[in-house]
Design a protein around this ligand. Structure first.
Ligand code: ADP
Length: 400
């Protein structure tokens, strides 16, 4: 009996063992499949990441390099093995235009890691120093990587903008040449028309007077373009000093409405500038620059609206800053062109059709002025529906 029992037990054990072996094999096979799938995904991700045309670097929460793309190697001259685990801000130093080193704590990647910025994308550019100590102009964006609400690292994507810089230099040269060459003959035409207008040389008939008025108007428009070009050059050259003063929002709203009222009337558009809620609030900044930016927003809103439409100028308060907004229901800006409208001479395709005469310099100058007063421009726009331009201005004197 005992022998029989023994045999049955043994059989059972063998069966259990076999089952366990099969289960283990299945688990192992499953694991193998999962590992392969993971390996595949990882290889695919790495191929995508390393293949992207931009320099890409992923850092951990201490700012140490985890991963770089092939383009990063080509742009900076550093290979992944040499720099893995080292701090990005030390491996690739950053300089400003004048060659001053940007302190690590001011670098976008450091700010992203401490959570000061969410995603930083800007129209500004800087210089990166290569392994061989040469430098190249770069522009890009940094995004923090979060897990369960905590920042665990950051990813920076940047590109070499040497070509864009060269094009920009050529645009500046053209601007300087055209504006200086045109100013004298246009001022001459103005003088001659004014002389004819004063009737010193005899009277003109009604038709001739109409033509004279037309010439005068067109010449004024051309002079305005030249003035815009010279103004852009002056600001670009850093030739403007910032004067800080306390400005009341009520006064500011009145000034910008008065300055833009003739254009609004001419185009049959209504401007509503109501800042009653914050009328007593005061901002400390350069009044001229602030007015100029807001007037550019308002004139654009007028120019890109249909007759009979309304424009709303408003201001709200945030901690430490005020946010101005100019809202229109006009033509809007195509999505893929919104990032370019602050470039020198850039005009969106729909704007060129809607209003053929424009220089594409207003927003370029506005964005330079905003940088000077430490303000930020934000934009929301939907083609065919309208646009809102925001300007966030620090309430107290900017330290930049
Ligand atoms: P300009 O108005 O002389 O073309 P700006 O630099 O002021 O130059 O504006 C650049 C471009 O931005 C315009 O040509 C237009 O495409 C777009 N834009 C600016 N403001 C608006 C707006 N409120 N609505 C629609 N498009 C706008």
């Amino acid at each position: 009996m005992a022998v029989l029992q023994n045999i049955t037990d043994r059989k059972q054990i063998e069966e259990d063992l076999e089952n366990a072996r099969t289960a283990a094999k299945n688990v192992f096979e499953d694991l193998q499949v999962e590992k392969e799938a993971l390996d595949n995904t990882k290889a695919k991700d790495e191929a995508i990441l390393s293949g992207i045309g931009e320099g890409l670097v992923a850092v951990d929460k201490e700012g140490n390099i985890l991963f770089i793309s092939k383009a990063f190697e080509a742009l900076t001259g550093w290979g992944e093995k040499e720099i893995a685990g080292k701090r990005m801000v030390e491996v690739v130093p950053q300089e400003d235009e004048a060659g001053n080193l940007v302190p690590p704590q001011e670098r976008a990647i450091t700010q992203a890691l401490v959570g000061t910025t969410t995603t930083s994308s800007s129209s500004s550019s800087w210089y990166y120093i290569r392994k061989d100590k040469t430098r190249f102009p770069a522009s890009g964006i940094v995004t923090p990587v979060t897990l369960d609400g905590k920042i665990i690292g950051a990813v920076e994507v940047f590109r070499d903008i040497t070509k864009e810089k060269e094009i920009d230099r050529m645009k500046t040269e053209f601007l300087a040449l055209a504006s200086h060459q045109l100013r004298t003959p246009l001022s001459g035409i103005k003088w001659f028309v004014e002389t004819l207008d004063r009737k010193i040389l005899g009277t003109v008939n009604q038709k001739q007077q109409e033509y004279l008025d037309q010439i005068y108007q067109l010449n004024e428009r051309a002079l305005k373009i030249v003035f815009d070009m010279l103004n852009a050059l002056r600001i670009e050259g850093g030739d403007v000093a910032m004067k800080t003063e306390a400005i009341s929002l009520a006064r500011l709203a009145r000034d910008v409405s008065l300055a833009t009222a003739p254009v609004a009337e001419q185009r049959g558009v209504r401007l509503h500038a109501d800042v009653k809620n914050l009328a007593t609030t005061v901002v400390e900044t350069d009044a001229e620059m602030l007015r100029s930016i807001l007037e550019t927003f308002i004139v654009n809103a007028i120019n890109y609206s249909e007759r009979g439409q309304d424009i709303f100028f408003d201001v709200t308060e945030e901690t430490g800053s005020v946010v101005f907004s100019v809202k229109d229901s006009g033509i809007g800006i195509p999505n893929d062109e919104q990032g370019r409208i602050f470039e020198k001479f850039y005009r969106a395709s729909n704007a060129k059709k809607f209003k053929p005469d424009g220089t594409g310099l207003g927003l370029y100058v506005a964005s330079m002025l905003a940088e000077k007063i430490g303000a930020k421009i934000l934009l929301e726009s939907e083609p065919g529906k309208g646009s809102i331009f925001y300007l966030r201005v620090p309430k107290l004197k900017s330290t930049t």
